[in-house]
Ligand binder design. Structure first.
Ligand code: 0WD
Ligand code: CA
Length: 380
């Protein structure tokens, strides 16, 4: 059961300002200068194969192939016959990242490594996707989130918990939506080759178990971050800049026919695209615009660095600084509240649209997510 405040550190003296145990998500609160966000550096990568097996290498990295003048890709092709879907009932939590950390521990060592109580030189370890959700929170009006946090040897691990609403939606997904989820992966197949000098194979099987993930380190003000994100492909030119600058994110979106659709695209889609790629330093998104029948009618490249300019004409639009300042303040809030250094304690941070962020504390519960193999290895 939820047990609020059980692990708070000693009570503050009466006269010191009382810190709130909730965090506002109102946009106005976060309208200030853009916070320091260091250029993300790739420290490694890993691959998940067609059976979702982990490999500490880049075997699943694919290469971007510029499409011809009239792409005419049929995204519905192969949905019934050549589609292997990842089992969404399996909750992997941070396991792949933790596996990567153990396999690369020596590489991550620094001046502080001598200090046994802080074997990892990071304040936070998480998935990029979880940080994307934080960045977009001040503008999100539909979907809430649950983020489980455990402090272990000084590092805060953040792992998402599926909300009841998200689970219901997943289990009641209409057939049309299921097919449209396939379209994104099919687009990748039309645009990517397995080798730098190869060609895409639209006749192959789409298997969503396969993934290539980059692991980056960076800093948001005083928060040292290590996170991993799935990367669709890279520039095939061997002289392209080093990762993550050579990476390309692929997206599909409904074709834009009316001014209202363009405005919605700028206000909602571009926010998500910007947040997701800005975090790991992926410089561009290549978008396939498709019609109702899943035919790609045009392909357009968006430079992440130019998106904030692109949206400035939009009335009442989202602001990158609000996203980053909220994320920064959330991480400060987590650091302040999640004080018990114990792998079996979870601070469950919870947010619903139009509300503040709150949390509850759980010990040895269903929410614990650091596996014993990781705890054991990091303790020895
Ligand atoms: O346990 C969880 N709650 C989650 C696990 C939620 C989200 C992701 N994951 C894991 C998976 O192991 C996946 O391989 O994270 C990996 C991807 O991490 P990410 O890059 O941090 O996730 P995100 O930025 O949300 O998504 C990137 C891509 C998506 O591409 P689009 O263009 O649609 O944003 O990863 C795919 C998807 O192709 N993806 C997932 N793959 C497996 N499991 C998942 C998922 N739950 N969500 C998105
Ligand atoms: Ca993608």
């Amino acid at each position: 059961a939820a047990n609020h405040h059980q692990y708070q550190s000693s009570a503050a003296p009466e006269q010191s300002p009382r810190r709130s145990q909730t965090l506002s998500t109102r946009r106005e609160v976060y309208e200030r200068d853009f916070p320091l966000y260091k250029q993300p550096v790739e420290v490694g990568s890993f691959s998940l194969d067609s059976q979702r097996r982990f490999f500490n290498d880049s075997r699943q990295l694919r290469y971007y192939v510029e499409p011809g003048r009239n792409p005419n890709f049929d995204l519905r092709d192969g949905y019934r016959e050549r589609y292997v879907r990842r089992d969404e009932n399996v909750k992997e939590k941070l396991d792949h990242i933790l596996r990567w950390i153990l396999a690369n521990r020596s590489k991550l060592k620094s001046k502080l490594a001598a200090n046994a109580s802080c074997p990892l030189d990071f304040d936070f370890v998480t998935w990029r996707g979880h940080l994307t959700k934080l960045l977009t929170t001040p503008y999100e009006t539909k979907e809430g989130w649950l983020l489980a946090v455990t402090r272990f040897k000084g590092t805060l691990y953040i792992s998402e918990v599926e909300t009841e609403a998200a689970r219901r939606e997943r289990e009641n997904r209409p057939e049309r939506n299921k097919e449209m989820m396939y379209w994104g992966y099919k687009f990748e197949q039309y645009m990517c080759a397995d080798n730098a000098d190869g060609e895409p194979d639209p006749g192959g099987v789409v298997n969503t178990n396969e993934a290539f993930c980059t692991v980056v380190q960076t800093r948001l003000t005083d928060h040292r971050l290590l996170f991993s994100g799935e990367v669709d492909c890279r520039d095939r030119d061997p002289d392209a800049p080093a990762p993550p600058a050579c990476y390309v994110e692929l997206k599909t979106s409904a074709e834009i026919c009316a001014p209202k659709q363009r405005s919605n695209f700028h206000r909602f889609k571009l926010l998500k695209w910007w947040a997701q790629s800005f975090l790991p330093g992926v410089p561009k998104v290549v978008a396939g615009f498709r019609d109702h029948d899943g035919i790609v009618v045009s392909v357009e490249t968006f430079q992440i660095s130019k998106i904030s300019q692109l949206i400035k004409n939009e009335h009442n639009c989202w602001k990158p600084t609000v996203c980053m300042n909220f994320c920064c303040d959330f991480l400060s809030f987590v650091k302040r509240e999640a004080t018990a250094d114990n792998p079996s304690v979870v601070y469950l941070f919870s947010w619903e649209p139009h509300k503040d962020v709150t949390y509850s504390v759980h010990r040895d519960s269903q929410y614990s997510f650091l596996p014993n193999w990781y705890i054991k290895e990091m303790t020895s």
